[in-house]
Write a protein that binds this ligand. Structure first.
Ligand code: ADP
Ligand code: MG
Length: 269
């Protein structure tokens, strides 16, 4: 079924893995674009000081641009920092600028430091079908803010040696946030990335991940594909840069599965 159902309620999905380079940002950008191109209203919140999601969506994020830092530290409403993504209808982005690099430290002494993003988003999420939060490669306060603001966590896992190393720590942090700060939080989605069908390793990792996460692991798997890694240097997602590539078709399948699972979780609009 290739119709893309829209969720009845906004889905806020934190995309987390404290390992860097596993495909968090790439997955956020491409899945967000896929959903937006099929009629969903989608917001991407760039919560990584490196600003890769902002770059990938070609959203200005140089110093001085209002960004997610202002929401976290200065109580600026999300609406005041949101930018429309050019060329993709229904897609918006809250960028990250270099300011965000200090936030992890500054948040420590701020009131309700774990729920700043949740508060900034509270009155605005109804405007979207999906909100994706692209987390930095750490389990610090920025990632905790994403987990308090979200009701779902998506974990991208790169098909490599030690793929599951660190995942235990991630899931126990998620459990802590659920127990103390956000009872609605659940890991709903695990996505295998940079899969290389020619290697026995990729197959072994896939089996491990499916044994560990069961149904949470999407059937769709993202192959290692050079078009995926080229797209950001053109300020594009692979969905628009090369829609026929295996990278793009796999991300479309992943987006479709996410949409259908959401429809199964609650009535669709
Ligand atoms: P993270 O956000 O977890 O740090 P990224 O999404 O930035 O990871 O991906 C890390 C690097 O791997 C980037 O250079 C990206 O272009 C590349 N990459 C991600 N997914 C793929 C893929 N499916 N095929 C080829 N390269 C990929
Ligand atoms: Mg990233």
């Amino acid at each position: 079924d290739i119709t893309m159902p829209r969720p009845a309620h906004p889905r806020v999905i934190g995309v987390a893995n404290q390992k860097g380079g596993v495909g968090k940002t790439t997955s956020v950008v491409n899945i967000a674009v896929a959903l937006a191109l099929h009629g969903n209203r989608v917001l991407v919140i760039d919560l990584d000081p490196q600003g890769n999601a902002s770059t990938g969506l070609d959203v200005p994020h140089h110093a001085g641009i209002p960004d997610v830092y202002d929401c976290l530290i200065d109580n600026t409403p999300i609406d005041d920092v949101v930018q429309q993504v050019q060329g993709i209808p229904n897609l918006w982005c809250v960028p990250a600028t270099i300011d965000l690099a200090g936030a992890e430290i500054e948040l420590v002494s701020v009131v309700a430091r774990e729920s700043r993003l949740a508060r900034a988003l509270q009155n605005h999420k109804a405007e979207y079908d999906y909100v994706f939060i692209d987390c930095p490669p750490s389990l610090g306060l920025l990632t905790v803010n994403a987990m308090v603001a979200a009701q779902e966590v998506m974990i991208p896992i790169q098909c490599e040696y030690y793929a599951l190393e660190g995942v235990q720590q991630l899931t126990s942090n998620i459990a802590l946030v659920k127990a103390h700060l956000n009872p609605r939080l659940d890991v709903t989605t695990v996505l295998l990335t940079m899969y290389d069908r020619r290697t026995r390793l990729a197959d072994a990792v896939e089996q491990d991940v499916r044994a560990h996460f069961g149904d949470k692991a999407l059937q769709a798997v993202i192959p290692r594909n050079v078009r995926v890694s080229e797209a950001p240097s053109y300020g594009q997602s692979v969905m628009t840069y090369d829609p026929g590539s295996r990278g793009a078709t796999s991300y479309f399948e992943a987006a479709l599965e996410i949409a259908h699972r959401g429809a199964a979780m609650g009535a669709t609009a």
